[in-house]
Design a protein around this ligand. Sequence first.
Ligand SMILES: Cc1ncc(COP(=O)(O)O)c(C=O)c1O
Length: 394
Amino acid sequence: MALALADRLHGVESSPTLALAAKAKALVKAGKPVLDFTVGEPDFPTPDHIKRAAIAAIENNHTKYTPAAGIPELRNAIANDLHRRLGDPIKYASAEVMVSCGAKQALYNALQVLCNPDDEVIILAPYWVSYKPLVKLAGAKPVILNTREQDGYQPDANLVKAAISPKTRAIILNSPSNPTGAVLSNRTLKELAAVVQGARHDDSLFIISDEIYDQIVFAPAKPCSIVQVEPALVNQIILVNGVSKSYSMTGWRIGYVAGPKNVIDAMSALQSHSTSNPTSISQHAALEAITGDQGEVQRMANEFERRRDALVGGLNRISGLSCLNPQGAFYAWCNVSRLGQSAETIASRWLDEINLAVVPGEGFGSSSHVRFSFATSLQVIDEALDRLKQWTRP
Ligand SMILES: Cc1ncc(COP(=O)(O)O)c(C=O)c1O
């Protein structure tokens, strides 16, 4: 007899990106020459000075429970780092910062503490695959708003304004974006901030700003947070970030959130009863990541830029494919609609016919795109472009 699961799990399925990455990995293990473009994490090792800090943390017995919101040194370092990177007048107190088990848990906690049943959360499509399930798990309703390729995936603030209802509790922004690589412009952020400011007389509408890729941005684009553009909105912004992508630390599971103290306190209370605290050792490693030498962060971003140029340039020379130049993150969002089949069909054909694994766009809200992660070597990129050229040849 099938076990009846709780209603809140309805419509919440496991991540399609992880499923495809797992299938690609299984094929590699079985000896197939698969070129894997599904991965959502940097392929570089975590920098040595960070690993050494974790080893020292173990040797110094930092191996016990920590405060639920994270160790004070790390909360303080995050507040200082946000000030260093976002500039005046952004000055979070450490009590306005919470450390979480990855940025994902920060997003989960934020939605749990903000949303009541039937509240609405606006998500811009294409979206990261976890936003919809995270909103549903909070009992709220995802309201999807499309952005357009021809606008470089900059949302139309008037459409956002029209989508806001009395039930809207939050709007999720993600810049640089997974999957499109779009960086929201200063102008877009200003317009969105004005919409939120004008929407209500109180401050019950929040922007959840997922900035996990903010240190992987390619010139001339510049990373820009909505809190910099409209500091007056600080009490309605939940800024989510972490060390996973910038420092190649996905497995260490350290994210963080900065926002109004009452929201941070509620998120910390929730965390105290769920995971207790992020791993003590990882917190010490993250402290070194944020306060130590930042050279590797730029080096990795530069390498991603070289790969972006090779991959996107190559894809745009292949007939039937087109791809906007991503300004950040490490994903190429490739339009396959001219091939005349759905993204899911194309991705599955590429895996079967040329051993090339990409993520079909359906999970991100588009059946005309596939996502290539360029967290892989230039050699693999060249080989993939060769296989695609052969595959598309009439
Ligand atoms: C847009 C976006 N937000 C959040 C996350 C989660 O980050 P973390 O691994 O720190 O939980 C990811 C990871 O893929 C992501 O792509």
